[in-house]
Every structure is written in C-alpha cells, then in structure tokens.
Design a protein around this ligand. Structure first.
Ligand SMILES: NC(=O)c1ccc[n+]([C@@H]2O[C@H](COP(=O)([O-])OP(=O)(O)OC[C@H]3O[C@@H](n4cnc5c(N)ncnc54)[C@H](OP(=O)(O)O)[C@@H]3O)[C@@H](O)[C@H]2O)c1
Length: 318
C-alpha cells in the first residue's frame, strides 16, 4: 500500500510516499481503508520531534475515516464494510496518511451515514478535544457561558458548536474576517482577539463559566480577570514551565480551576468519539473543510496547517 512517512524527525520535506506492507489486524484491532485523514498541528509537532513521542519510521495522521476491511480476533462491535472514524494514531502506532491503517478499539467509532468521510476525519481529534475538555473535564452545561479563544481554528470552530449543543451561550474570539462565519456556527458574541479592550468586551458579553484556551501563557491573566466565580479553564496549548498568574490572589478568590488537557494522553478515545458522532449525526456539529490534499501533498498540508490562516480543517484524501 502507499503511505506518506518520515524516516527521521525534521521539516515537512522529510515526508515521502513509500510502498509498504498493508497492515493485518491483531486481537482487538480493525483495519480500515482510509477515505480521509485529518491534519492537525499536533502531526507537525510529532514529525519535527518536538515531543519525541512518534519514533520514525512513522506515518503521520492522528485522525481517520474510512471503511473496515478486516477485524481481528475478539472484535464484535465492528465488521467488514462498517463506516468508521477515529483518532489518536501516528504516535504509538502508524498514522492515517496511508491507504490503510490498523487501529485498536480505543481509537475508533461508527460514523453516521449522513456524515461524510472528510467530515469524520476533520472532526475526530478536535471533536474529542472539545467534548472531553469542555464537557467532561470542565463540566460545561446548559445555561453556562463559554468563552472559546480562537473560534475560527480547527479546535475553536468545533468547540463553538459543541458548547452551543451543550446549551451554553458562547463568546468566541477570532480575526475580523471570520466573525460572520463564527456567528453562523453558533457563537452569540464574536470579538477580535487583538482588540485592546478585549477583557472589557468579554466581560460585557457575560463572565464565562468555562474557557477553552489554546494560548494559555498569553491569556492566563485575561482569563482570571474575565472569569465568573468558580470558572473552569481548559488549557490545551501554550503551556510551558513559565506559566504563572500575575494575580494568583484573584484566581484563588474566584476559585478558578485550571485543567491542563492533552488529548493524546487519553486512555481511550472511543466514548468521546461516540458522543461526537451523535452530535454530527444530529447535525449539531459540522466541521468546515477548508481544503483537501492528495497523499503526495502531506508535506504541503503540514506547512499550511501551521503557516496559514483559515477557518476549519485541512484533510488528506489518499
Ligand atoms: N491539548 C490538546 O489536547 C490539544 C488538542 C488539539 C489541539 N491542540 C493544540 O491547540 C492549538 C490550536 O489547535 P488548532 O487545531 O485549533 O489550530 P489552528 O487550526 O491553527 O487554529 C489556531 C487558531 O488560533 C487563532 N489565533 C491566532 N492568534 C490568536 C490569538 N492571539 N488569540 C486567539 N486566537 C488566535 C488563529 O486565528 P487566525 O488564523 O485568524 O490568526 C486560528 O483560528 C495547537 O497548538 C494544537 O496543537 C491541543
């Protein structure tokens, strides 16, 4: 089969298409013919060796959607020809930028018939992150106000929809060119993230009970300032050892909770994937696909996902 792989950590040009052996399922595994693979900033961090979590030779791609071609012993919930999607590959096991992939049951869920393969692949990682971070960890519920930083991003544009589906009212930040689209996705208020009076504008929209933050180092004090009493903050990126409150007294006074969330470290993705599948099947969450790439264009997709500004997701269709 064809797979796009890296044999050493490095820049996008380490990615090359190779012919490699098609995987066979072991106990508790399924093999999926890939129709679409999602592209995430995480894939580029793994490829560069920033985390040293994905030992080469490695096929990148956490997210996948496709059709089951074979199942291993002990698999009863999936059968040949099932439409499935999933996430969490490209770290311990080979990723989805290939014609076939082997996934264990923790990585996979059924894909509703009315959700396309491209949508499934675009949704998996960001949907799981949004659901698990905001609803499971931070307890987002109907009537809450949620603040989503970067509401046009891969995570952000799905987090807005997940928060809305949970019954929350949503304030999002985004560049002005995306405000109309982020509003159409369900945000009640959309604010330019670069405005000088951002804290006042967020507070006027209503103090958030839950905050989804992908730039926590920059926003930690802003979050503290605008958060409601007892707010839950989900930090998914930008966390480094310098992270500190300049006014920890205010954070304590508001009894804020900061959740450091790392989706790749979840022990299983399947329950969250099933919730995301239900939301997608109901039409409550629908990812925006900005562009698709061929299997020989994965290096370009890796460049674009970190260099370009766009609303939504990039997808590879092998
Ligand atoms: N911990 C986890 O489990 C987890 C899971 C998923 C993702 N992540 C991480 O979270 C980050 C975001 O992922 P993604 O897939 O959403 O990336 P993305 O698609 O590149 O989105 C990033 C978004 O941030 C916006 N942005 C840029 N500067 C900003 C600022 N100062 N304030 C607010 N927003 C700003 C961008 O808008 P413009 O283009 O308009 O500037 C863009 O919409 C990445 O670092 C990723 O690795 C972590």
């Amino acid at each position: 089969m064809r797979a796009n792989r890296y044999r050493e950590y490095g820049e996008p040009n380490v990615l090359q298409v190779e012919d490699i052996e098609q995987p066979e399922p072991d106990r508790g595994e399924v093999v999926v013919a890939i129709e679409a693979a999602g592209v995430n900033p995480l894939d580029t961090k793994l490829r560069s060796g920033a985390y040293e979590w994905a030992t080469p030779p490695m096929t990148p791609g956490a997210d996948f959607a496709g059709v089951v071609t074979s199942v291993g012993p002990g698999v009863t919930d999936f059968a040949e020809d099932d439409r499935v999607f999933g996430t969490g590959l490209g770290i311990g096991r080979q990723g989805s930028c290939a014609e076939y992939v082997c996934a264990s049951l923790e990585h996979v869920a059924q894909l509703p018939d009315n959700v396309s393969f491209e949508e499934g692949a675009a949704l998996a990682l960001v949907g799981v992150t949004s659901w698990e971070g905001m609803v499971e960890k931070a307890g987002l519920k109907a009537g809450d106000r949620c603040l989503v930083h970067g509401g046009s991003g891969g995570v952000g544009h799905v987090a807005v929809q997940v928060a809305k589906a949970a019954g929350a009212s949503v304030t999002a930040t985004a560049s002005p060119q995306y405000h109309d689209q982020v509003e159409k996705l369900g945000a009640d208020t959309v604010l330019d993230y670069s405005r000088d009076d951002l804290a006042d504008a967020i507070a006027s929209a209503g103090s958030p009970d839950v905050i989804m933050d992908h730039r926590i180092n920059e926003n930690i004090d802003l979050n503290t300032q605008v958060a409601a009493q007892g707010a839950q903050i989900v930090a998914i990126s930008g966390t480094d050892i310098e992270l500190s409150y300049s006014n920890s007294g205010m954070a304590r006074g508001k009894m804020q909770t900061l959740h450091h969330f790392a989706m790749p470290q979840m022990s299983t993705f399947a329950p969250a994937l099933e919730r995301v599948a239900t939301l997608a099947g109901n039409g409550q969450v629908s990812p925006v696909i900005e562009r698709t790439y061929g299997l020989d264009e994965v290096a370009q997709a890796h460049e674009d996902v970190v260099e370009e500004s766009f609303l939504g997701k990039l997808v590879v269709t092998p």
